[in-house]
Structures are given as structure tokens and as C-alpha cells.
Write a protein that binds this ligand. Structure first.
Ligand code: RIB
Ligand code: CA
Length: 314
């Protein structure tokens, strides 16, 4: 990666969101983090916003601006995931309430104003939660779509199916209408579905390497992951849980770790049974627009080597 990548992280922390944010914090030579925008998802907006501030303070990043965004999906009632993330969304470690404060601007205004003021094609959107903020920004300011360099998102599922319903992955399921708007926006999109993230298990040896870093952020991350993984270990019987969100940042840092193809992706919004399903035309059996680069392979050892190396730099 030559020049610093200007990014906005849109997130619903979330222990795995925390790992993505830490990865960005540990990569200042490659990443220029313009701001963090929070959205309701894993837990309500009040918690996701609080959590983003906690993560900045834990890593001694007072300069990072956090903007609270949408507190509910475009049309549907909010569905949250306390059963996975705990009541606060960052259950696991003992964490003090943040002393850092939110910015006064709404996240959607920040997204619009940043994309309008930064040079066209220079800002990457990194989405780790439901796409409500991004869709709202696109609805309010359609002119920003061609100004986005790329949108890298964690969301969706192909042969792995869903994790919140048999058909849908959580980020898409919470706000399928928002996902439909974003997917159809013409923005260059890279999608990290469950098919990739389920290859990235927080195995005991990997968590032990994180713990050995010994810093406050590393220890807090270990305690978050030990809480977060219990649900998936129980569900899948695996050694550790899938680490979803850091794939988005890792893709910016080392795209060579990943492999996929550009194909058509559509979002189911009408069916009750399959709402939020990402219908991925991997084999190009339709002539629908090939609008998303869908990632399906990852070098798992290379990913965790990167993650642990960068955590140690925070
Ligand atoms: O389905 C996994 C995704 O939903 C992750 O982003 C997790 O943080 C939750 O938001
Ligand atoms: Ca998330």
C-alpha cells in the first residue's frame, strides 16, 4: 500500500468491531482514520456510541472523532444481538465509562460532508454493522455515491447461509432495505460474507499470542473475544469463534490475503422467510449487473499474523 488510505469506519461495537478498530489504530502508516460513525445493531445506539468512545480511550486516541448515527433501521424495528455480545455489546472485560465525548454532528451529516469536502475517489467506507447510516446518507445526498473510492463491508452469506436466520447474516438482516440501497448505489463494493469470516476462528493458540502482547488493549481484546466466542463455540462446536469485522480493515492492509470474484448480489427485502438474504450469483447464471466483489477465501494464518502484529503496535 503506497499512500495512506482515508477511511470512515461505520460500526456497531461489538467485540469483533473492536478488533477491526484496533487493527486500524495499529496501522497509522497505512490508514488515515477520518472518523468513526456508530449505528444501532449489535446493541442499541446509546451502547454502540459509548463503546466506540471506550475503545478510543482504551487505546489513548483522543484525536479520533466519534459521531453517533441512526438509532433504528430505515423501515423495520431494531433487532439487536445481546445474546452474542452481552448487554453492553462489549461484555467480557471490566471497562470504565468513557470520559471522551461524542461529536455534536450526526454521523450521516459527517459522512455527507466528508465525502463532499475530500477529493472525489479518495475516501473508503468501511462498514462493520447494519448499513442504515450509509443508506440514509445516500438517500439524502445522492451526489456522494460517485465520490466514494470503495465500500468494504462485513455482511452477507453465500454457502454459509445465515447466522441470525437460516438465510440472513445479521448486518444485512437488521436493515435489508438499507443494504439494498447501498448494493444498488454504483459504489465499488467489496463484501466479506460469513463464508470468509467462518474461516477465521479465534483458536486458543491465536488468543494466547494476543494475550502475550500484555498491553491493556490486548488484554481487553482477549477478554472480549473469550466472551464473544462462547456463543459460536456452543453453536458450531469449533475451537474459537469467527472473527468477522477485522476482515474489512485487513483487506485494506493486505488484500493479497483474500480472494474472490466480482458477481451480482441482490438483497431479499420482500419475503418474511428469507428477508436479508444476500442472493449471490457466483456462477453468473443471470445477466444481472456484477456489482460486488465477493470474497470467499482468506489466508487465515496470514490474517492473524497481521492482526497480532498490529495489536502489538497500539
Ligand atoms: O454477522 C456478524 C456481524 O454482525 C458482525 O459485524 C457483528 O459485529 C455483527 O454486527
Ligand atoms: Ca459489527
Amino acid at each position: 500500500m503506497s499512500e495512506k488510505r482515508k477511511i470512515i469506519i461505520d460500526t456497531d461495537p461489538g467485540q469483533d468491531d473492536a478488533a477491526a478498530i484496533f487493527l486500524a489504530f495499529g496501522s497509522p502508516r497505512e490508514i488515515d482514520l477520518l472518523g468513526i460513525t456508530t449505528v444501532a445493531g449489535n446493541v442499541p445506539l446509546s451502547y454502540t456510541s459509548r463503546n466506540a468512545l471506550i475503545l478510543c480511550e482504551l487505546c489513548n486516541k483522543p484525536e479520533v472523532k466519534v459521531f453517533a448515527g441512526c438509532d433504528r433501521p430505515l423501515k423495520r424495528p431494531l433487532v439487536t444481538a445481546e445474546h452474542v455480545h452481552g448487554k453492553t455489546g462489549l461484555d467480557g472485560p471490566e471497562l470504565a465509562e468513557p470520559t471522551y465525548s461524542l461529536q455534536s454532528r450526526h454521523a450521516v451529516d459527517f459522512i455527507i460532508e466528508t465525502l463532499r469536502s475530500e477529493p472525489a475517489g479518495s475516501v473508503t467506507l468501511c462498514t462493520l454493522g447494519p448499513l442504515t447510516n450509509i443508506a440514509t446518507a445516500l438517500q439524502r445526498a445522492p451526489d456522494i455515491a460517485p465520490r466514494v473510492r470503495e465500500l468494504v463491508m462485513m455482511g452477507g452469506g453465500f454457502s454459509e447461509g445465515g447466522n441470525i436466520t437460516p438465510a440472513a447474516e445479521f448486518n444485512i438482516y437488521v436493515d435489508p432495505e438499507a443494504a439494498k440501497i447501498v448494493i444498488g448505489s454504483g459504489i465499488p463494493i467489496v463484501m466479506m460474507p460469513l463464508d470468509v469470516t467462518h474461516q477465521l476462528l479465534t483458536r486458543k493458540d491465536r488468543v494466547a499470542r494476543m494475550r502475550a502482547i500484555g498491553s491493556a488493549p490486548a488484554i481487553a481484546m482477549v477478554e472480549m473475544l473469550e466472551f464473544f466466542e462462547r456463543f459460536d463455540v456452543e453453536k458450531y462446536g469449533s475451537d474459537g469463534g469467527p472473527l468477522h469485522d477485522p476482515t474489512v480493515i485487513a483487506y485494506l492492509l493486505k488484500p493479497e490475503l483474500f480472494d474472490g470474484r466480482v458477481c451480482n448480489v441482490e438483497i431479499e427485502t420482500d419475503s418474511e422467510l428469507t428477508a436479508g438474504m444476500t442472493v449471490i450469483d457466483w456462477w453468473h447464471v443471470t445477466d444481472r449487473k456484477r456489482n460486488v466483489r465477493v470474497i470467499r477465501k482468506v489466508d487465515a494464518d496470514g490474517f492473524f499474523d497481521l492482526l497480532i502484529e498490529r495489536f502489538a503496535r497500539i
